[in-house]
Structures are given as structure tokens and as C-alpha cells.
Design a binder for this molecule. Structure first.
Ligand SMILES: *Cc1c(COP(=O)(O)O)cnc(C)c1O
Length: 356
């Protein structure tokens, strides 16, 4: 079969060796003679997987004392309600940078007053707003650090006067994070860590227990902290795969190396988008995402959009069709994306330009 270059936005590319290790464990998990699909989450072999995954998660992101790492189900979308349920006393602030942020805002409104401090909706979320003020009496500011659909990214942790809650679904482990600025960081694992069905949460322990409302057991972070993510059955295989990804990140040089690679890949691809007469980028240059690289045809060549998709697919490019709310193309270049695949896409763009 022809070599495929996987640019899907999510679920998305995982390192080949992580997939191979998972395939091995599906046949024989940790020398138990059983598949990872059929072992008890309470077995000592699986407990060892969870324990190591938490340790590596904390080590790679340099998570200080006083924070817990949880592995849950429900996706990032469940965290849109779980975070305010647990953390919002009265009033919170949200930065609206796209479709996911908008969904998070909608859920927070179930629990109190939500101040939308700024929004880039006026320009179809093609930039990250700046120059807004965050009211000092809010419980937290919520940010979406990488906007998977529109291709914008906060490249640094913001400096604000209140603690932050962040949706880091699509850029976790792609750069160092100053964890102490956050009370909660969450995300779906399917962009940069593991197969779909696993949700990670980094939560500051002493931020909990401060709201007046009663919280249903499953939606209370304290339940999962107390039970070490084993209150109910967690997604066993996905946690195994997450551990393999974390080991891979560590072996390769940690998040600093992931960031170096992400910048290198993105710089090459954006340079080609800017150089190639057929294409143009869709977002403000300073806010361009390293993870999701969005571009469209120049107006003059708009009629060639489908032809390029076809051309690229014949050369093994998969998943580059843009999200319907942006159109054009989106090349997602998560941590596992090899430089070689980015170069192959660039060659493809050059070859298509030469033909047209
Ligand atoms: C994919 C994504 C989500 C949704 O994640 P689910 O796990 O499908 O709920 C939320 N936020 C961001 C930034 C995403 O990229």
C-alpha cells in the first residue's frame, strides 16, 4: 500500500511505535497472557500503567505539588460543564476564540454569570483578541489554547490577574506550560495523546470544595481524585496507549523537543503557503497555530480546490480537507506528525502549482 500521510484533525496521528506497542498489548498485555482489552482495571498490571502514566504526565509538564492528574471519559465536551460545576462560585470570564470556546461558554452559563471578555467572532475567529480586561472578581478566566477548527493558537500562557482554566485538547504536550497559572487544564486525548474516549484533567486540589452547590458524584472531581481515576471503569486500552505516547515524548526529549519540532514543521508549511501562488493562509500571522495549519486557494484559483484535494490524495495525503466553517484545507501537524510527511505535503503543493 502507498505510504499515507495522516493530517486528520482528530482522532489523529499517533506515533507508529505507540500503535505497534498497543497492537502487541491487544494480543498480550504486560505478559499476562491476556489482551489489554480484557483485563480488569483493578489488576495490578493495569494499576501499574495508570500509576506510571500519572507520574510521566506530571514529569513531562512539570506539574507542581498540589495538582492531580485524572483520566476520565466524556471528552473535552463534558469538561465544558464539569469545570464550572466544580469551580464557578458566581462569575467567570471566558475568552471566545472559536467554536469550542463558544460551546464552553454555553455550558458555563448553566452555573452563573459568564463575562465574555473578548471575541474574535467578528472576523470568523481568524485571530486571538488582545487588549481586553478581565474583571478581578471572577473565579477564573477560561481559554482555549489552540483553536483546532480555525487554526489559531495562544503560543504562551497569558498573564492575567485571575487563575485560568484551559481547554488544551489540541496542543497539550506541544509546549511547556506554566501550570501554576491554571486551576484546571483539560482535553480530549484524541488529538495528541491517545485514541478517542479518554479525557485528561489536571486539577488544582485546593481549588475544589469551594462552591455551594451539590455536585453529582460522577461530575465531582473530588470523586475521581479520591479513587485515582478508578471510581468507575476508565477507558483501559486508551490509558495504555496514552502511557506509550508519554514514554515516547520523554524518550524523544520531552515537551521542549515537541515544541521545537512543532515550530519547525509549521514554519516550513506556512512558508510554502505564503510562497505558493495558489494558496493563502486564513489567520493572522502572529496567531498561526503550530498544530492545525489552515489555508485556502487564492480567489483567482478557487475553482481548483477539489482538484488539489484529489491530486493530494493520489499522493497519499489524508485528512487535509478544511473544516466546513473555514473551507479550503487544514493540515493538522500534531506531535506524532513526522517532518517527512510535512515535506511530502509541501512537494505536493509545489507540484500542483507547476501544473497550474
Ligand atoms: C476536539 C476538541 C474538543 C472536543 O473534544 P471531545 O473530546 O470530542 O469532546 C474540544 N475542544 C477542542 C479545542 C478540541 O480540539
Amino acid at each position: 500500500m502507498m505510504k499515507k500521510h495522516n493530517f486528520y484533525a482528530g482522532p489523529s496521528i499517533l506515533p507508529q511505535e505507540v500503535i505497534a506497542a498497543t497492537a502487541d498489548a491487544v494480543k498480550n498485555f504486560s505478559n499476562t497472557g491476556l489482551s489489554v482489552l480484557e483485563v480488569s482495571h483493578r489488576s495490578k498490571e493495569f494499576q501499574a500503567v495508570v500509576d506510571e502514566a500519572v507520574v510521566l504526565f506530571k514529569e513531562l509538564l512539570q506539574i507542581p505539588e498540589g495538582y492531580s492528574v485524572l483520566f476520565l471519559g466524556g471528552g473535552a465536551s463534558s469538561q465544558f460543564c464539569m469545570a464550572p460545576y466544580n469551580l464557578m462560585k458566581g462569575k467567570t470570564a471566558y475568552l471566545n476564540t472559536g467554536a469550542w470556546a463558544t460551546k464552553a461558554i454555553k455550558e458555563a452559563k448553566f452555573f452563573g454569570e459568564v463575562v465574555e471578555v473578548a471575541s474574535s467572532k467578528d472576523k470568523n475567529f481568524t485571530y486571538i483578541p488582545t487588549g481586553y480586561t478581565v474583571p478581578s472578581d471572577v473565579d477564573y478566566l477560561h481559554v482555549t489554547t489552540n483553536n483546532t477548527i480555525y487554526g489559531t493558537e495562544l503560543h504562551q500562557d497569558l498573564d492575567v490577574n485571575v487563575p485560568m482554566v484551559a481547554d488544551m485538547s489540541s496542543d497539550i504536550f506541544s509546549r511547556p506550560i506554566d501550570i501554576k497559572k491554571y486551576v484546571c487544564i483539560y482535553g480530549g486525548a484524541q488529538k495528541n495523546l491517545a485514541p478517542a474516549g479518554l479525557t485528561f484533567v489536571i486539577i488544582k486540589d485546593d481549588a475544589l470544595g469551594q462552591v455551594d452547590r451539590a455536585i453529582p458524584t460522577m461530575l465531582d472531581y473530588r470523586t475521581h481524585i479520591k479513587k485515582g481515576s478508578m471510581f468507575n471503569t476508565p477507558p483501559v486500552m486508551n490509558i495504555f496507549t496514552a502511557l506509550e505516547t508519554l514514554r515516547w515524548i520523554k524518550k524523544i526529549g520531552g515537551v521542549a523537543e515537541m515544541q521545537r519540532r512543532a515550530k519547525e514543521k509549521a514554519a516550513l508549511l506556512y512558508a510554502e503557503v505564503d510562497r505558493n501562488k495558489l494558496f493563502k493562509g486564513t489567520v493572522e500571522k502572529k496567531d498561526r497555530s503550530y498544530m492545525n495549519i489552515c489555508f485556502v486557494m487564492e480567489e483567482k484559483y478557487a475553482a481548483l480546490e477539489n482538484a488539489f484535494l484529489e491530486f493530494a490524495s493520489l499522493k497519499g495525503m489524508v485528512g487535509i480537507k478544511g473544516h466546513r466553517s473555514v473551507g479550503g484545507f487544514r493540515a493538522s501537524c500534531y506531535n506524532a506528525m513526522p517532518l517527512e510527511s510535512v515535506k511530502a505535503l509541501i512537494e505536493c503543493m509545489k507540484a500542483f502549482e507547476a501544473k497550474n
